[in-house]
Design a protein around this ligand. Structure first.
Ligand SMILES: [Fe+2]
Length: 154
């Protein structure tokens, strides 16, 4: 057991998955910044702001995920090389077309959602309700963002 009463095996399994999510969020964060900086065209003002809102949210989640890993008694990944190695989304750069940016962001979010659902399944199985609670909050908010991005693209 660790200091918060979670089985050692559970903390290791959950932390490994959370580290994968953390790595993915770090790359996603930089993808959002790239969109914020590079987007051009008639929707510049709304998209520039929307990407800022999304990267600010990702920044908060990055910290929450890393601190959840520490709370479980494990070590969060803390280097860009590890993030690039373990991220489930690819980095992209130099894209200035707004629709392409929105569609990549939506795709990245769908990948993140599937990671979170997988983690939720494991944390539920192991009665790690702290992690489950975090994942549930992320999932419901991001499903709404995916709906909005889809509405934008349609
Ligand atoms: Fe800015």
């Amino acid at each position: 057991m660790n200091t918060i009463g979670i089985e050692n095996q559970t903390k290791e399994i959950i932390s490994k998955e959370l580290n994968g999510l953390l790595a993915t969020y770090e790359v996603f964060y930089q993808n959002l910044r790239a969109c914020h900086w590079n987007v051009k065209g008639e929707h510049f003002f709304e998209l520039h702001l929307k990407f800022e809102e999304l990267y600010s949210d990702a920044q908060l989640k990055i910290d929450e995920i890393a601190e959840r890993i520490l709370t479980l008694g494990m070590q969060p990944l803390d280097s860009y090389s590890a993030y690039l190695d373990q991220s489930a989304v690819k980095e992209f750069s130099g894209v200035s077309d707004g629709r392409t940016c929105v569609s990549i962001v939506r795709e990245n979010l769908n990948t993140i959602l599937s990671l979170e659902r997988m983690i939720l399944e494991k944390s539920d199985e192991s009665c790690d309700s702290g992690t489950s609670d975090l994942m549930t909050q992320y999932i419901s908010a991001q499903e709404k963002v995916v709906w909005m991005l889809t509405a934008y693209l349609s």
